[in-house]
Design a protein around this ligand. Structure first.
Ligand SMILES: N[C@@H](CCC(=O)N[C@@H](CS)C(=O)NCC(=O)O)C(=O)O
Length: 205
C-alpha cells in the first residue's frame, strides 16, 4: 500500500491527491501538520531530511520526497507519462520549470498572504515574488497558447505539477486575467477524467 505524508493546505501535496484520484490508486494518507512541526520531528526527518511534505513511503526505509519525483514514479507506465522521448523530455522540462520559477514564487506569495496575513515586514519580498510569479505565468501562457498541454497534445503528470500552484495564483495576489491560455488550460485540466478539486481536501478561505 502506498503511504503519503501530506498537508492538505499545500499545493505540492494536492498534486498527489489529484494524480492518485486520476489513476484510481489505493493509498493511505497520513495528515502531517507542517504548522505544528510534524515534518520536523526526528522520525520524520529520518524519512525526509528536508523536513517537508509531501513524502511517499513504499516500505520501511524506502521513501521518496519531492512532489514531482513522486508524480513521475506514480505516472510511469500509465497514460499520464509520455512514451515518446521528446514528449517525455518536454514533460520534465515543465516540471523543472515549475520547481525553479513557478512554485517558489506562487507558493511563497500564497503562503505570506493566506497563512501569514501579509505582514508589513514581508511586503518588499512579497512584491518580488509576485513579479517573478507573473514572469513564470507569462512564459507558461506563451507555451499553452501553442499547445493544449505542457508536454504537447496529451495531459500528463507535468500538467498536474504545474496545476498544483498555477490554479492557486490568485490566493497569492497574482491575477490570472492577463493569461488567457493559462485560464483555458486550467479549465481543460478540470475537465480531465477523475479530476478532484483541492477544495475537496482543503476548503477555500
Ligand atoms: N520541492 C518540494 C517542496 C516541498 C515544500 O515546499 N513543502 C512545504 C509545503 S508546500 C513544506 O513542507 N513546508 C514545511 C517546512 O518547510 O517546514 C516538493 O516539490 O515537494
Amino acid at each position: 500500500m502506498l503511504r503519503i505524508y501530506g498537508d492538505d493546505r499545500s499545493g505540492n501535496c494536492y498534486k498527489l491527491r489529484l494524480i492518485l484520484a486520476q489513476l484510481n490508486r489505493p493509498h493511505e494518507w497520513i495528515d502531517t501538520d507542517i504548522f505544528k512541526g510534524a515534518s520536523r520531528t526526528a522520525d520524520y526527518l529520518a524519512k525526509n531530511p528536508a523536513g517537508q511534505v509531501p513524502l511517499l513511503e513504499l516500505a520501511p526505509g524506502r521513501t521518496l520526497p519531492e512532489s514531482n519525483a513522486i508524480l513521475i514514479y506514480l505516472a510511469e507506465g500509465t497514460k499520464l507519462w509520455p512514451t515518446d522521448p521528446f514528449e517525455r523530455a518536454q514533460a520534465l522540462r515543465w516540471m523543472f520549470f515549475e520547481q525553479y520559477l513557478l512554485e517558489p514564487n506562487l507558493a511563497n506569495a500564497r503562503f505570506v498572504i493566506r497563512f501569514l496575513n501579509r505582514p508589513p515586514d514581508r511586503e518588499e519580498a512579497l512584491k518580488a515574488r509576485i513579479a517573478q510569479g507573473h514572469k513564470a505565468l507569462g512564459i507558461l501562457n506563451a507555451h499553452l497558447a501553442k499547445a493544449p498541454f505542457a508536454a504537447g497534445e496529451f495531459y500528463s503528470a507535468a500538467d498536474i505539477a504545474l496545476f498544483g500552484y498555477a490554479h492557486l495564483a490568485e490566493e497569492g495576489d497574482i491575477a490570472l486575467s492577463p493569461y488567457p491560455a493559462v485560464r483555458a488550460w486550467i479549465k481543460r485540466v478540470e475537465d480531465t477524467p477523475g479530476y478532484v478539486p483541492m477544495t475537496n481536501f482543503c476548503p477555500a478561505g
